[in-house]
Design a protein around this ligand. Sequence first.
Ligand code: ASP
Length: 301
Amino acid sequence: MKPALIVHGGAWFLPQRKREAALRGVRLAAEAGWAVLRGGGSAIDAVEAAVRAMEDDPTFDAGRGSYLNLEGEVEMDAILMDGRTLDLGAVAAIRRVRHPVTVARLVMERSPHAFFVGEGATAFAAAMGIPLCDPADLLGRTGDEFPDDERWLPPEWVAAQAARAADTVGAVALDAAGHLAVATSTGGMPHKAPGRVGDSPLVGSGAYADDRLGAASATGWGERLMRVVISKTACDWLGRGLSAQEAAEAAIALLHERVRGYGGLIVIDREGRIGAAHNTPHMARAWVTPGGEIAATIGGG
Ligand code: ASP
């Protein structure tokens, strides 16, 4: 099986001056994931490596660079899922770790549970030997640094007083053994209430992977994405014969039509075909072309 990989760095409006950093960041993440797959590594290792690269990059709202909540704290959410076994690990509202995706992996592999939240998640990470960092190391952002990011605001979003721009990250991979995996990681929305959790760590919403169907990672307005269980919905359509691109487009169309949601989705099907769709102005993403090159775009205009 020929491996495949696609990563995203969030769906929103990307002002000109942020585009280069976003493109560079998703490219580096794709390179990190591809290095694993090219060396014969597993899809799980590849998605973890790709997401860790973006968690290290303060350009993105995950790990370092996460948005602060209303109390000035960074609380992060992440999930990782193995399409071979449907095993998954997730964390929500975790604090003081540099790589929530790695904690999610430890939840999957080293605990009898699937999902840890809040202080319990941070305590689990510490018990697994993950060093707890100073909150300042996470370089939390208020989201108010670029006021013109607000130029694109869908009316439904304003009406719902939803929080604004976010640059959640995700990765989907197929390895040479034919196994699929997905990971998604976020600092959530800027100005979120303490304890608020969006779609990202919810299985089927922020991510889903099943070797029998395909795999998908979502980004965007979490309160809406979760209502259509967007990643599982797209995977189910793959199972019914839609191509990866058709499934991504159909899921985003459903998101808007059914709940007036906004966001983006990346998808890989069982044959390694890639799809991506968004109804926000941009979604930074990078993928490996059939020729083995890394390509990247922010989409939109
Ligand atoms: N979906 C994320 C959330 O609602 C945000 C994002 O994708 O940027 O927490």
